[in-house]
Write a protein that binds this ligand. Structure first.
Ligand code: DAH
Length: 339
């Protein structure tokens, strides 16, 4: 009897089936009432009592093993049948919802692309900075209000470690490590200690540009600005420069563009002036060049900086700055058509 159990075990371990009918035939052969295993159970009655325990155990093992094996074969052929027949290859695919680029990325990329057509390359710098790179090297006086706790997030005091308040710090990083000609654009995130509202946030994005070489003049700056404004806002855009003050540029200016909503006639958006402000700029102060190890008698340069949120507002009229950081998919979806 034991021999028979063993030989059945070996035989069942080796059975295979390629379709449902074959599996059913095997089930009948081994497990049905008239099957080989049932026949052994019938013979079991004749086994002497002292062997019943061992043989009974083996017999049960054989039955479990055969049942498992046949179930496994059934699952195998069913899965195979499904892949072959139950898939409708003509059914249209479920659409994967596509993400969108963030409006600030779209505008930043556009700004980068305009400047790269003028030969500017991207430079990067840390968001956690020291006082020297953000303020001192850029000619900020010791008591300049921008260093104040109200504006700057300080991480550590003396030596001061802080979150950069503008991307002008990347100028310092580049000027201290490279000699002119320098023609860079620095996009990045900046931080200021401001109460969050529709019009102000404690972080936002800027793009800075810096050009230093021999004989760079204000005329070069003006032409670059005009090209930039027309590429970004359209060929009929006019620009206007107003004198201003920044510690790191002399002379300094703020640039307005003709209001692209009313064409300069005056509307609620431009507060009936026909102009909207978009950036700050100027000729790099010789003090800054010297502080960074560039000979100001040989080289001159211009710099400009703008807020990406502000330009995005102008282009797409996003009224509340907080929308940019809320990740509301309904807002982001509005930019699906823009590339
Ligand atoms: N850093 C200035 C700011 O955060 C923006 C700026 C103005 C950058 C004039 C410049 C510049 O490079 O020349 O408001």
């Amino acid at each position: 009897m034991l021999e028979k159990i063993e030989s059945l075990k070996t035989a069942i371990a080796q059975i295979t089936a390629s379709n449902k009918e074959e599996v059913e035939a095997l089930r009948i052969k081994y497990l049905s009432k008239k099957g080989e295993i049932s026949a052994l159970f019938n013979d079991f009655r004749t086994v002497p009592n002292d062997q019943k325990k061992e043989i009974g155990q083996r017999l049960n093992e054989l039955k479990v093993m055969a049942t498992d094996k046949i179930n496994a074969l059934r699952e195998g052929v069913e899965a195979k049948a499904e892949t072959l027949t139950d898939i409708d290859l003509t059914r249209p695919a479920a659409m994967q919802p596509l993400g969108t680029r963030h409006p600030l990325s779209l505008v930043r990329n556009e700004i980068i692309s305009i400047f790269s057509r003028l030969g500017f390359t991207i430079a990067d710098g840390p968001e956690i900075e020291d006082d020297w790179h953000v303020f001192s090297a850029l000619n900020f006086a010791e008591d300049h209000p921008a260093r104040d706790m109200q504006d700057t997030f300080f991480i550590q005091r003396s030596p001061d470690v802080l979150l950069r308040t503008h991307t002008s710090s990347v100028q310092t990083r580049v000027m201290t490590t490279q000699q002119p000609p320098i023609r860079i654009i620095c996009p990045g995130r900046v931080y200021r200690n401001e109460a969050i509202s529709a019009r102000a946030h404690c972080f936002f994005h800027q793009v800075e540009a810096l050009y230093i070489d021999k004989n760079v003049s204000f005329a070069d700056l003006k032409q670059t600005l005009l090209y930039f404004a027309r590429e970004l806002f359209g060929a009929d855009t006019r620009i206007r420069l107003r004198p201003s003050y920044f510690p790191f540029t002399e002379p300094s200016a703020e640039m307005d563009i003709s209001c692209h909503l009313c064409g300069g006639k005056g509307c609620a958006f431009c507060k009936h002036t026909g102009w909207v402000e978009i950036l700050g700029c100027g000729m790099v102060d010789p003090n800054v060049l010297e502080a960074c190890g560039i000979d100001s008698k040989v080289y001159s340069g211009f710099a400009l900086g703008m807020g990406v949120e502000r330009i995005t507002n102008l282009k797409y009229r996003v009224k509340d700055l907080r929308m940019f950081s809320e990740n509301d998919i309904r807002f982001l979806d509005e930019f699906k058509a823009v590339h």
